[in-house]
Design a protein around this ligand. Structure first.
Ligand code: NAI
Length: 327
């Protein structure tokens, strides 16, 4: 099949070309949106990533050009209008699981960096500054960690935090019995929030979870709480979070995802004027750490993403059941 890849990065080319044996892959750097969709014309499928725009208009144009498959090379599908894909009979497949360890471990990296300030220590020491002033952290042992969403990634994260000797509380629509047996305590959100020293988000972005972190929920949290988001940016109301950071209500913020990341992340913008005042404000806080959606970025995850996506496309071509179909 001829497959148009959008938002291609060098590592996409590297891993997909390494594992591809049968498809004609056409790589485009451009993000998929209404003005770039024509790049896919003449192809049989598109392969898209987290910030590609798959709204009604784009899906209609893809369908008109004869494309019947959207292969997402990610787990989340909040950027796809599933009503439109159903209306225009375009099938959507994804990579439901690729190393949940990669994302869970990145959440832990954010916690450890914010807490022990290794990013600051690294720079200080390189400049011959061996002072410990302002590098004070806290023991993770004995602290209470709240996990919102205990699916594949949240589950791994719970195990890691248990390993640190933390008390782990969880909120999910469905409790994971194995986690409960290991001592993870499920609570309603309003009961969980006031007890936690650290809160980590691992639920998908849906209509119910959009701006789950807002002024009201922040006000329920312990003053000085550490908030970690490696899931999707819009789980957090950025404005409310900035206000809470300004008054110390939130003590630390570690984010790998950002509400408006589609206009920023994955590209080198170091020589550009960044027009997004919110991200610039966030980055001005000494207790905020931003990474640009790299939670998934391990060799194991990239291998699995390439292999599963290529298999999803092959299954479609061979008219086999689409085990990773969305919608
Ligand atoms: P999953 O589907 O295995 O788990 C999601 C969990 O969230 C489920 O247990 C579900 O019941 C729960 N949930 C759903 N709605 C909820 C609600 N309203 N309140 C509380 N819990 C709710 O998904 P997985 O694989 O663990 O991934 C979680 C999220 O991580 C993805 O949706 C994606 O947004 C994000 N992600 C981020 C990556 C990164 O590179 N930073 C890479 C991969 C995923």
């Amino acid at each position: 099949m001829k497959v148009a890849f959008f938002s291609t990065q060098p590592y996409d080319r590297e891993y997909f070309l390494r594992y591809n044996t049968r498809h004609d892959l056409r790589f485009f750097d451009a993000q998929l949106n209404k003005s770039t969709v024509s790049l896919a014309y003449g192809c049989d499928a598109v392969c898209a990533f987290v910030n590609d725009v798959l709204d009604n208009a784009v899906i209609q144009l893809l369908s008109k050009s004869g494309i019947e498959l959207i292969a997402l090379r990610c787990a989340g599908y909040n950027n796809v209008d599933l009503i439109a894909t159903s209306l225009y009979s375009v099938k959507v497949v994804r990579v439901p699981a690729y190393s949940p360890h990669a994302v869970a471990e990145h959440a832990v990296a954010l916690i450890l960096t914010l807490n022990r300030k290794t990013h600051k220590a690294y720079n200080r020491v390189r400049e011959g500054n061996f002072s410990l002033d302002k590098l004070i952290g806290f023991d993770l042992y004995g602290k209470t960690v709240g996990v919102i969403g205990t699916g594949k990634i949240g589950e791994v994260f719970c195990h890691i935090m248990k390993g640190f000797g933390c008390r782990v509380l969880a909120f999910d629509l469905i409790a994971n019995r194995e986690l409960e047996a290991k001592g993870v305590e499920y609570l309603p959100l309003v009961e969980l929030l006031p007890q936690c020293d650290i809160i980590s988000l691992h639920c998908p972005l849906t209509d119910q979870t959009r701006h789950l972190i807002n002024t009201d929920t922040i006000n329920l949290m312990k003053p000085g709480v550490m908030l970690i988001n490696t899931s999707r940016g819009a789980l957090i109301n950025t404005q409310a979070t900035i206000q809470a950071l300004k008054i110390g209500r939130i003590g630390y913020l570690g984010i790998d995802v950002y509400e408006q990341e589609d206009k920023l992340f994955f590209y080198n913008r170091s020589e550009e004027i960044i027009p997004d005042d919110n991200i610039m404000r966030l980055m001005s806080f000494p207790n905020v750490l931003v990474t640009s959606h790299q939670g998934f970025f391990t060799d194991e995850a990239l291998t699995q993403i390439a292999q599963t996506t290529l298999q999803n496309i092959a299954d479609f071509e061979d008219d086999k059941p689409l085990i990773n179909k969305v919608g």
